[in-house]
Design a protein around this ligand. Structure first.
Ligand code: KIV
Length: 275
């Protein structure tokens, strides 16, 4: 069944946990959709796990449109959310609406996600007014890495924790349909989840959120430049891929591949005419 932002809102009311993963291409999108995942995020984490950048700051609108288009082709049922990259909305309301519109019109996203709270409330409201659903994102917001001084746990002290609770309430008032809580203590995530009616989606925020999200490459052992404590590798596809590639190299070097099963043979009579 096709999932939407309404599915997300209802899930919380019904006490059902929501599941999300990131995807950046057609093949991954099809695999996740076949598993009946609730939502797929084309995260700007693509800058790190697909493009090899050290952070997400260099990701462009063109990168996001390129990857979201590919993912959209592979998704039938999951809600498709696309990240707004750094400087596509921080520069003002006009840019925010225009760029959110591009992710929907040109790339096929059904909702957009942007980072921050008080600093981006006018943008959030304007995008929603333009009829595009918005997912909020607070806690460790990677586009603020240079302000935070690294990818570090947020909301550790009572004062910063209180601010994050207020941030979530303000985003809810502005109309977001859901909020990602990244890298904050479990107790705080639980408090935020109780304080707002919209579902919270945790990543490194413990088990009291209304749903969870992980990065596809982390879940599958495909990326280990950064290894956060909250990542669980469910299947080590990285090792499987290396084993397969090593076997291929070995068989080619030893003349065992391609074997007759994977080769084309000429008709014997036609072959004889060549001799
Ligand atoms: O870009 C991303 O993958 C994200 C998730 C970590 C929530 O924003």
């Amino acid at each position: 069944m096709k999932k939407s932002t309404v599915t997300f809102k209802n899930a919380k009311a019904e006490g059902k946990k929501l599941t999300m993963l990131t995807a950046y291409d057609y093949a991954a999108a099809r695999l996740l959709d076949a598993c009946d995942i609730d939502g797929i995020l084309v995260g700007d984490s693509l800058g790190m796990v697909c493009l090899g950048y050290k952070d997400t700051l260099s990701v462009t609108m063109e990168d996001m449109i390129h990857h979201t288009k590919a993912v959209a082709k592979g998704v039938k049922n999951a809600l498709l959310v696309a990240d707004m990259p750094f400087m596509s909305y921080q520069t003002g309301v006009y840019d925010a609406v225009k760029n959110a519109g591009r992710l929907v019109k040109e790339a096929g996203a059904e909702a957009v996600k942007l980072e921050g709270s008080a600093n981006v409330l006018p943008q959030v409201k304007a995008i929603i007014q333009a009829q595009i659903p918005v997912m909020g994102h607070i806690g460790l917001t990677p586009q603020s890495v240079n302000i935070f001084g690294g990818f570090t746990l947020q909301g550790k002290e009572a004062e910063t924790a209180k601010k994050l609770i207020e941030d979530a309430k303000r985003l809810e008032e502005a109309g977001v349909f859901s909020i990602v809580l990244e890298c904050i203590p479990q107790e705080l995530a639980g408090m935020i989840s109780k304080a707002v009616a919209v579902p919270t989606i945790g990543i490194g925020a413990g088990n009291d959120c209304d749903g969870q999200i992980l990065v596809y490459h982390d879940l599958l052992g495909l990326y280990d430049d950064v290894k956060p404590k909250f990542v669980k590798v469910y299947a080590n596809a990285g090792e499987l891929i290396k084993n397969g590639v090593r076997q291929y190299i070995n068989e080619v070097k030893n003349g065992r591949f391609p074997d007759p099963e994977h080769s084309f043979l000429m008709n014997k009579q036609e072959l004889a005419k060549l001799k």
